[in-house]
Design a protein around this ligand. Structure first.
Ligand SMILES: [Zn+2]
Length: 605
């Protein structure tokens, strides 16, 4: 045994020596360290400017916008610099001689460069200008009903609550008007985005975005199709159930495809408002609390999992509550979590009020915050030395959102709510109605995200789709995946896809959200069954150090590992809708009974 062993070791060493190159490794490390130092400086300046632009919006004042633009331009000039691109490409040609962590960082540098390579500086400039113009048109659009300006909040309110079909139709139609003026800009942006990344030899912008997952486009599209196939039987039952329920509600014949203006969301991506669950008065219990209680409660929960308390700077620098009346500026009311210096400057932007939505949102946003801490701060027991700044992010783009959403879901389960001492009135909510409402959020979202959005953007960038095909193709996909039809014929004078923000300014990565939903149910199923040994429909994560350790072990490696390997190690498999289907199985049984004798109109996939 021994001699053989020795020979094997010697052989391995010889292989290792011929492959790795210590001088090159040192040279690359010096480059990465130098790059990261300069990049972090510029990144922090840009993040602080963006933060300021979000927490202090002064009408008519352009100081913030100008500072943010300057900071972003400086960052873009650095990340896209010809010199940096040349060096990284040169190093990556010798990949095999480098450490895997170095290769990951070089690839991250190149990925950032591809969004604004200075080798095609003119094109990048045009793209940034076109994006700004498109955003101004989108956010500055004057939505009108009957000639009167309305906010999109008002449109959403009508679609969520009105029983009057004529009023609903007007609101839905008004919401799509914005697309008309965005169509030309969108076609132009597709050309410019493709051109920019093609300068670094990506095939098109869709392929560029997918490459961040270490996947090919066919692999990503197949993964999304797999989710759609897995969920189709359940979605089909939901679709059938609401074709009948809504036809009955509006006194109309049962349609094959659900008219878009019958649904409580402009894109039919979230139907939760169709169901009211009685019996759990969380809003009532929370209305007795101060907004500060909600944030501290969310922190107490994470501390109960064995995590550190939040740094004092979090409370000093965050913007957590609505502005007091009379404040001479506004703030962005959309919740977000920020890691400004990829170090200890961690903040959240919220407008917390004591209600159910903000209760679950505080748990969600603090999930992102603890994810930041896990891969950053050695004081927090994190893996700072293992996760260099360039790799401080989620294992893939879906992971961060999955952790936040998981905690939002956990915080809404009844045993959890009772454990933290909220008095919700002792009523028993109907478990099927609760599941139905959850399905109208998560299940309904998947044909939209995996089906319509992914396939439309794939064709938009890869083919690319001709401008006179946008609307036809959009509605074909809506019919095929979501089973939704426009209220009446929508010709190419419209561009209904462009009414969706992400199509304009967060392009070709909507599948991230689908990944996060699938993953959240896989994580929840594992924690409930394997760690807490509780029913996934009625869990209490509070105080479970074992659940805390499990999640921390996923978060602490940031983007330094392979996201698929993490999944295999922690959950014993790949991404799959299995856990989600198990979760909704009682609902599936119930829906099949309700739908007995009814005709399904959605085709199999
Ligand atoms: Zn989030």
């Amino acid at each position: 045994m021994r001699p053989l062993f020795a020979i094997t070791i010697a052989a391995l060493l010889a292989v290792a020596c011929s492959r790795k190159n210590p001088a090159l490794i040192a040279e690359v490390q010096a480059f990465i360290d130098g790059y990261a130092e300069q990049w972090l400086d510029l990144y922090y300046i840009s993040a602080k400017a963006e933060w300021q632009s979000n927490v202090e919006i002064i009408e008519g004042d352009t100081t913030n916008a100008a500072r943010t633009n300057r900071a972003n331009e400086a960052l873009a000039a650095f990340t896209g610099s010809v010199e940096n691109i040349d060096r990284v490409q040169h190093f990556l040609e010798q990949k095999k001689k480098l450490e895997p962590l170095q290769v990951k960082q070089l690839e991250a540098i190149l990925y950032m460069a591809a969004n604004n390579p200075q080798t095609v500086a003119e094109l990048v400039k045009k793209r940034i200008a076109a994006e700004t113009a498109q955003n101004e048109k989108l956010f500055g659009f004057d939505f009108q009903i009957d000639g009167r300006s309305v906010s999109t909040n008002r449109i959403d309110e009508i679609l969520s609550t009105s029983d009057d079909l004529a009023e609903r139709l007007k609101a839905w139609t008004a919401s799509k008007e914005v697309g008309i003026g965005l169509k030309g800009g969108l076609a132009n942006l597709i050309r410019l985005r493709n051109g920019t990344v093609q300068a670094l030899e990506y095939e098109d912008y869709f392929q560029y975005q997918v490459s961040d997952f270490g996947m090919t486009v066919p692999e990503m599209v197949e993964l999304m199709d797999q989710f759609n196939r897995e969920l189709r039987p359940l979605y089909r039952e939901l679709h059938t159930y609401f074709r009948y329920a809504l036809a009955d509600k509006y006194g109309q014949p049962v349609p094959d495809l659900i008219p878009a203006h019958w649904l409580p969301n402009r894109w039919g991506q979230d139907w939760t408002a169709l169901v009211k669950v009685e019996g759990l008065d969380l809003d009532g219990a929370l209305s007795q609390k101060e907004p500060q209680w909600l944030v501290r409660q969310a922190e107490r929960f994470y501390v109960s999992l064995g995590y550190p308390t939040l740094p004092a700077s979090f409370y000093e620098l965050s913007s957590l509550y609505p502005l007091p009346p009379g404040t001479p500026y506004k703030k962005n009311n959309h919740a977000s979590a920020w890691h400004l210096d990829l170090g200890n400057d961690i903040r959240s932007l919220m407008s917390v009020e004591p209600n159910t939505r903000w209760y679950s949102t505080t748990h969600h946003e603090l999930g992102h915050i603890y994810y930041f801490l896990a891969y950053t701060s050695p004081a927090a027991g994190g893996a700072n030395d293992r996760v260099p700044p360039l790799l401080r992010g989620g294992a893939n783009r879906g992971y961060h959102e999955a952790i936040g959403s998981l905690m939002g879901l956990a915080s809404m389960q009844q045993p959890f709510i009772e454990a933290i001492g909220l008095d919700v009135g002792g009523g028993e909510p109907d478990p099927i109605q609760t599941l139905l409402q959850e399905a109208l959020d998560h299940v309904v979202f998947l044909p939209w995200s995996c089906g319509v959005m992914t396939h439309f953007e794939h064709e938009l960038y890869e083919k690319p789709l001709a401008i006179n095909e946008y609307n036809r193709r959009w509605w074909e996909l809506k019919a095929h995946y979501q089973g939704i039809a426009p209220p009446s014929e929508r010709g190419e004078e419209f561009c209904d896809a462009a009414s969706k923000t992400h199509i304009n300014n967060d392009p070709a990565q909507y599948y991230d959200y689908a990944v996060s939903v699938i993953l959240l149910f896989q994580l929840h199923d594992h924690i409930a069954r394997e760690i807490l040994e509780q029913d996934p429909h009625a869990t209490n994560y509070f105080g479970s150090k074992a659940a805390g350790d499990f999640l921390w072990s996923i978060m602490e490696t940031g983007a330094s590992g392979d996201w698929r390997a993490i999944l295999r190690d922690k959950l014993g498999g790949g991404l799959s809708a299995r856990a989600m289907l198990d979760y909704f199985q009682p609902l599936m049984d119930w829906l099949q009974k309700q739908n007995q004798g009814r005709e399904h109109t959605l085709p199999e996939l």
